[in-house]
Design a protein around this ligand. Structure first.
Ligand code: PLP
Length: 378
């Protein structure tokens, strides 16, 4: 008989919260009209989208006019990074980001370098995956127009010093400060008052896929990447995925109200167990790390073998960011943190969600132990 799957890959995506799922089926059955239509069916959806926007804004401490709905954080990151770089290029073509960003950020910057003549500084990180504020200060120039720094790293859980960065950027430059807040939303406190713009995704917080947001303050100029209609104030034209965006507000409220002590106790159990295990090292920092992500290396078994072994037991984890899984390259994040050899090749990312149980954590540990006995090499 097949056992129930054990899912420890919540940094990739999460199960939809039952309350969101219920509303999804109820709303989708009735509200299929285009939210831009001027008949009553369209106007009703428009009103629900406005209410969702207002609720999200109030939960995030920003204005409703600061919120733009997108299809997810990859789109939000692309729109903001490229759109802001284009809008301010008359002031300068120097941009700053970090070397450990998600591929949707890194590749946006690489495109700007390769095809549009921008110069990008990629800030290095220490062995905990954190940038140093002195490096940021040194990198800022008169022609720097945009700085993009993630709040929480998706592979290691490392929390970046966002407030300190905001203070440096605003004191020493005119640059716009963008934050990829995907792995922070609903998980750590993120004060948006000092940040000019940010990107988020619903499916990382038990919401539905196909819905993301941009938070962009009024003073920030952003050249639209796609043109077409006047939806979302022209920043993201095209018929919006209205029901999914309407559900973002509920998703966020549920995520913010979740009991986080449960996640903390599962992570702390896993950390204690891994600390006692021969051939395992923990790559996530002990302090200044998200409770939701634990990155380890199995020094005696390559990631792919351990992942297959866990998969055979219907236990789902990742080796690195899911978007890069198929590249078969070592993680760029762990590489720039200075790891090499077996530590780099044996990486496993365990990401915890509110549906995980302590029983599941115990099973994960015991199957990893068995995997090391079965496949371990010295
Ligand atoms: N940024 C970070 C830090 C992420 O972890 C992810 C997804 O893994 C993204 C951006 C992209 O989000 P989406 O897949 O919703 O486009």
């Amino acid at each position: 008989m097949l056992t129930n799957p054990i899912y420890f890959d919540h940094a990739s995506s999460t199960p939809v919260h039952p309350e969101v799922l219920k509303s999804l089926s109820e709303l989708s059955a009735v509200h299929y009209a285009n939210s831009e239509s001027l008949h009553e069916a369209g106007l009703t959806i428009q009103t629900m989208m406005r209410k969702s926007r207002e609720a999200i804004a109030s939960l995030l401490g920003v204005l409703a006019t600061d919120i733009t709905f997108t299809s997810g954080a990859t789109e939000s990151n692309n729109i903001l990074i490229k759109g802001i770089a284009f809008a301010y290029q008359h002031k300068g073509k120097h941009l700053i980001t970090t070397s450990v960003e998600h591929s949707s950020v890194l590749e946006s910057f690489q495109d700007l370098e390769k095809f549009f003549g921008f110069e990008v500084t990629y800030l290095p990180v220490d062995n905990e995956g954190r940038i140093k504020s002195e490096d940021l200060k040194k990198a800022l120039r008169n022609d720097t127009t945009l700085v993009s720094i993630m709040a929480v790293n998706n592979e290691t859980g490392t929390i970046m010093p966002i407030q300190e960065c905001a203070q440096i950027i605003h004191s020493y430059s005119q640059a716009i400060f963008h934050v990829d807040g995907v792995q922070a939303l609903g998980k750590i406190d993120l004060n948006l008052s000092t940040i000019d713009c940010a990107s988020f995704s619903a499916h990382k917080i038990n919401g539905v896929k196909g819905s993301g947001i941009i938070v962009k303050k009024k003073n920030v100029q952003c050249h639209p990447l796609i043109t077409g209609g006047s939806q979302e104030e022209g920043l993201r034209p095209g018929t919006p995925n209205a029901i999914h965006h309407i559900l973002f507000a509920k998703t966020l409220r549920l995520a913010l109200n979740q009991d986080k002590s449960w996640i903390r106790s599962i992570k702390s159990y896993l950390v204690d167990e891994f600390n006692q295990m021969d051939g395992i090292v923990i790559n996530s920092p002990m302090n200044g790390c998200s409770d939701y992500i634990l990155n380890i290396s199995c020094l005696k078994v390559p990631s792919q073998i351990m992942l297959n072994w866990l998969n055979q037991h219907r236990i789902y984890v990742s080796a690195m960011a899911t978007c890069l899984n198929r590249d078969a390259q070592p993680s760029h994040v762990l590489e720039v943190m200075g790891f090499e050899g077996n530590r780099l090749n044996g990486v496993i990312r365990i990401s915890i969600g509110y549906t995980n149980t302590m029983e599941e954590a115990k099973t994960l540990i015991s199957i990893i132990k068995e995997g090391i006995v079965k496949y371990g090499r010295d």
